[in-house]
Design a protein around this ligand. Sequence first.
Ligand code: HEM
Length: 368
Amino acid sequence: MSEQDRFSPSYGAYLRLGTLLSAQAPPDFDKLKADDRPSTRTREHAHHDEMLFIVVHQVFELWFKLILHELGHARDLLGHVGKERAHVAEEDVPNVVAAISRVNEVFRIATEGFRAMETMNPTSFLAFRDLLIPSSGFQSTQFRELEILAGLPEDLRVDFEGVPYESKLSPTERSILEHRRSEVSLKDALFDWLSRTPIDRIFPDFSDAFLTSFHVYVDEQVAHQEANPNLADSQRRAARVRFEEQLADARRYLTGGDDTQNRAHQAFLFIASYRAEPLLGWPSALVDALIEFEQGFRIFRFRHARMVERMIGTRTGSGGSPGVVYLDRTTTRYRIFGDLLEARNFLLASDRVPPLPDDKLLHFRFEE
Ligand code: HEM
């Protein structure tokens, strides 16, 4: 194709702004029979602020689209394209870190977007809120896809009145989620990859050696609290019980699950313990990026709930849930990479971790 024949799109044509910018007028449901939907018929904004309400939601949906794109890419690079298991090229690990870091930044920016919504006075929202019922962010298919793709366990979900969240979705939307659930999640791909870390070759007795060091640490902590003049005897006893439970938790964390889980947990602690070793640099950056993802997702939920509280108090949501009460329950209950956070319970300062049997094995090797 010659340079002359080549179609040169304008800015607006390339970005399809005609389509994008004509989608801010709400559909006119009043004039429609159910079987007319979806329809191109639209109505005027019922209130000046309805434009803000629609644009802010649409911007979020665009960010969700990008997040799904990046999480899917990260999952594929981690060795799972769709349902198939593939080889993980070492040089792809930095690309996984880049994808998750991008997601984290987008989450942070998106969360800031709630500030724009808060420029709307609650009474202005009330002026058009009833027109939205029964629609709700609860029906955001992309948001559910995001939770599923990242690896939110289904049994953690908070339902209201025993009705599954999917009951509010159309058959097409439900089949999108079904398809997502049939794929490997980012979390499962991560566990699978990390469970293959050759710790047995680098440090065959790592779990036992780590637990011994952790035991020494716990004994010292107990001694500190026994000598703490600010505690009553009952508080000292309670502190001792908590420390002993931590020791049991550490053992359970490293050895109490199935093989993949144990090996992945050992890998989390191993990577965190020896993170300064050159060959663990990228795995350690990946774990940090995923912990930030976990934190960012929870901050998103918390921030949304605070915005909702400010806007509608504790009213029932437009989707029919108990509103803020429901949203706060999701914030405290939902964990995707909770296992990574749990490893933080057992970390030791670098001079307390058991020394590696071969202190050069995880160094870069430059041939003469
Ligand atoms: C005035 C603004 C908003 C209000 C009053 C509001 C209110 C609510 C309420 C009460 C719920 C719980 C379900 C229900 O009963 O409806 C909910 C869920 C949800 N909202 Fe909003 N929302 C607002 C803006 C937004 C924005 C801008 C987004 C960004 C996409 C969003 C995304 C979501 C999502 C994803 C859920 C489902 C959360 C879950 O089930 O974990 N909301 N919203």
